[in-house]
Design a protein around this ligand. Structure first.
Ligand SMILES: Nc1nc2c(ncn2[C@@H]2O[C@H](COP(=O)(O)OP(=O)(O)O)[C@@H](O)[C@H]2O)c(=O)[nH]1
Ligand SMILES: [Mg+2]
Length: 310
């Protein structure tokens, strides 16, 4: 029996909720469905599987009329929610207050029903060309501070996202999906330990078959030039794993030579018949070290994954 996880994606209209989910649909073959809750209530949701769990993303329209409607039918919508992803348009300063008060309505509901659920606030439309603008960062900091201070009883994570940066969207949902099991923490420590102490790699990422990040770690100081290539090779890996999946391709060592002497490597492992992918990017000079430690890494990761799977 698979666990079902209900994720509510909420925020004002025009915040970018549907765009985020559509970006994920394309990337991961999410299935889009409409569900009838009551004769009068229809919900559009997106569905995927993550580590043996079925995940349902509910796209909650944020127009004023809907917001009222949800308020009246709160139980039908919010009952059994496992995670709230709240999307704030970081470019729409004029509506920050409206957005915060809508968030308040939802959180008050959770509080009065003793629903202690994790929350991810996505500061969305954080487009690549805005990342050097101080005003944007000031807004993000202010919002973050306000939310942290006012809702200290909730576990709240923050993430900057943009549909022009698919990795940021992947992070958003990976973040969300990985907080359901404590063993993920163990896995993070393991991944970090390998990256820092045993491999000298630039990045180490574990993907599931849909390309969702299960765990990841990056070297602390990455040269900006290398950083760009790193992102490229991660994107390449996402593309490759899709293909490996479609062709049921079992690869062994796969080094792709990149500029700057970076090597990138994608390896498929199978755990209880499900494929998972280890993605490593490293400098060429550390290749031997990787080859030497690789089977240990595979064994250790497999052990933890096996324990996480339901
Ligand atoms: N600049 C920018 N625009 C975005 C981004 N995400 C969505 N949008 C735009 O914002 C508008 C509203 O998006 P939509 O997903 O319909 O918002 P929703 O009402 O929350 O579902 C659309 O015009 C999108 O193209 C983003 O990351 N950056
Ligand atoms: Mg929408």
């Amino acid at each position: 029996m698979k666990n079902a996880i209900k994720i509510i994606v909420s925020g004002l209209d025009n915040a970018g909720k549907t765009s985020i989910l559509t970006a994920l649909d394309k990337k991961y073959n999410f299935q889009q469905e409409i569900m009838e809750l009551k004769p009068t209530i229809r919900v559009q949701y997106h569905q995927t599987e993550f580590l043996g769990n079925l995940c349902f993303f509910w796209d909650m329209g944020g127009q004023k009329i809907y917001r009222k409607h949800y308020r009246k039918n709160q139980d039908a919508y919010f009952d059994g929610t496992d995670l709230l992803v709240y999307v704030i348009d970081i470019q729409d300063k004029e509506r920050f207050e409206t957005s915060l008060s809508y968030l308040d309505v939802i959180l008050q509901y959770f509080m009065s029903n003793e629903m202690d659920i994790p929350i991810i606030v996505s500061f969305h439309k954080y487009d690549p060309e805005l990342r050097t603008i101080d005003e944007i960062h000031d807004s993000i900091n202010e919002l973050r501070e306000f939310i942290t201070e006012n809702y200290s009883t909730f576990k709240i994570l923050f993430q900057q996202t943009s549909i022009y940066d698919i990795i940021s969207i992947i992070h958003l949902i990976s973040y969300g999906l990985s907080i359901f099991d404590e063993k993920f923490f163990e896995l993070s420590l393991l991944v970090e330990d390998y990256l820092v102490n045993r491999l000298d790699a630039t990045s180490l990422i574990l993907f599931d078959q849909n390309g969702i990040i299960i765990s990841e770690f990056y070297r602390e100081l990455i040269d900006p030039e290398i950083y760009i290539e790193l992102l490229e090779s991660i994107k390449e890996h996402l593309f490759l794993l899709k293909r490996m999946q479609e062709e049921d391709y079992n690869s062994d060592y796969n080094f792709f030579d990149l500029e700057n002497k970076l090597l990138s490597y994608l390896h498929k492992i199978k755990i209880r018949n499900n494929p998972y992918y280890i993605s490593i990017v490293l400098e060429e000079k550390f290749k031997e070290k990787l080859l030497d430690k690789f089977s240990d890494l595979v064994e250790d990761i497999s052990k933890i994954l096996d324990a996480i799977l339901p």
